[in-house]
Design a protein around this ligand. Structure first.
Ligand code: NAD
Length: 286
């Protein structure tokens, strides 16, 4: 069984991004800029936000976190996003989830202009993704595809089963694997015969948000298993997959931590770079 660590990919991609950021500065006088909006004081969100900021600065990008009290008005945050949309020094904007209840997800996803939507959540980017057109793609599924390709696993014709149909992981992952000519099945909390379907997967992507949901009874011998889940339990970080239980049966598994999690942040920074290049027409939009 091979453990699919993300570190080698992260190192390679970070050095590419760092070089491209430098080239953008030297040749075009621009520094890619990422603005993160953090509302409230959710501890996990604070950690995610500061690691995004640190990673951006490490790669030579500009970064700012705009923090708001959890009681902030919807209008105030909306006006802030509008200003960031207009600011030419900002290339990527994201609103850290979860947000307090006064905010509606259906509004949030439309506020950030599609050109700066580095999370890839705007309906315009999602639509392009499903049409197979170039766009800012959601970070986690893009990281999954990059990791699987890095390790050289063929995707064309393979049966990929995805557990979960969220807008940020399951659904876009399905679109991206289809683009790679995989045969894709999505299962979710209302699906029947889930285990049976998962057992037919060459590649099983687990994004259910349920700690250790998947064990050896769910996979066929030799399957490749991608664990997207992140859960903190008793000071440990664990995934949706029981790694110890499946390690004799699977041919390859992403670990948690050190698997898909770090890929997500790296893809966010790559999206910020893409957005900065598009703003300067360094990268031609097709
Ligand atoms: P979500 O709660 O929005 O969606 C979960 C999906 O799983 C739903 O579609 C639901 O129908 C399905 N599901 C739940 N229980 C199931 C079951 N028993 N059988 C089959 N399907 C089931 O979650 P999400 O935002 O997609 O995140 C999923 C997990 O991935 C979470 O643990 C989250 O923390 C993690 N996550 C990790 C990263 C990363 O960077 N690695 C990024 C995003 C999410």
């Amino acid at each position: 069984m091979k453990t699919l660590f993300s570190k080698p990919i992260i190192e390679k991609e970070k050095s590419r991004i760092r070089e491209e950021v430098l080239a953008l500065k030297n040749n075009h006088g621009i520094t890619p800029g990422l603005s993160v909006i953090l509302i409230g004081n959710d501890p996990a969100s604070q950690i995610y936000t500061s690691s995004k900021g640190r990673a951006a600065e490490e790669l030579g990008m500009k970064h700012e976190t705009l923090t708001f009290d959890k009681s902030v008005s919807v209008e105030e945050v909306h006006q802030t996003v509008k200003k960031l949309n207009e600011d030419p020094s900002v290339h990527g904007i994201l609103i850290q989830r979860p947000v307090p209840p006064q905010f509606k997800e259906s509004d949030l996803i439309e506020w950030i202009t599609p050109e700066k939507d580095v999370d890839g959540f705007h309906p315009m980017n999602i639509g392009k993704l499903h049409l197979g057109l170039p766009c800012l793609q959601p970070c986690t599924p893009t990281g999954i595809i990059r990791l699987v390709k890095h390790y050289g696993f063929p995707l064309s014709g393979k049966h990929v089963v995805i557990i979960g149909r969220s807008s940020i992981v399951g659904k876009p992952a399905s679109a991206l694997f289809l683009r790679e000519n995989s045969t894709v099945t999505t299962v979710h909390s209302k699906s029947q015969r889930i285990k049976e379907i998962c057992k037919s997967a060459d590649i099983l992507v687990v994004a259910a948000g349920k700690p250790h949901l998947v064990n050896s009874e769910w996979i066929k011998p030799g399957a490749i298993v991608i664990d997207v889940g992140i859960h903190r339990q008793n000071n440990k970080v664990i995934g949706d997959v029981d790694f110890e239980d499946i390690k004799e049966k699977a041919s390859a598994i992403t670990p948690v931590p050190k698997g898909i999690g770090p890929m997500t942040i790296m893809e966010l920074l790559n999206n910020t770079l893409i957005s900065a290049k598009l703003s300067q027409k360094v990268l031609e939009e097709k």
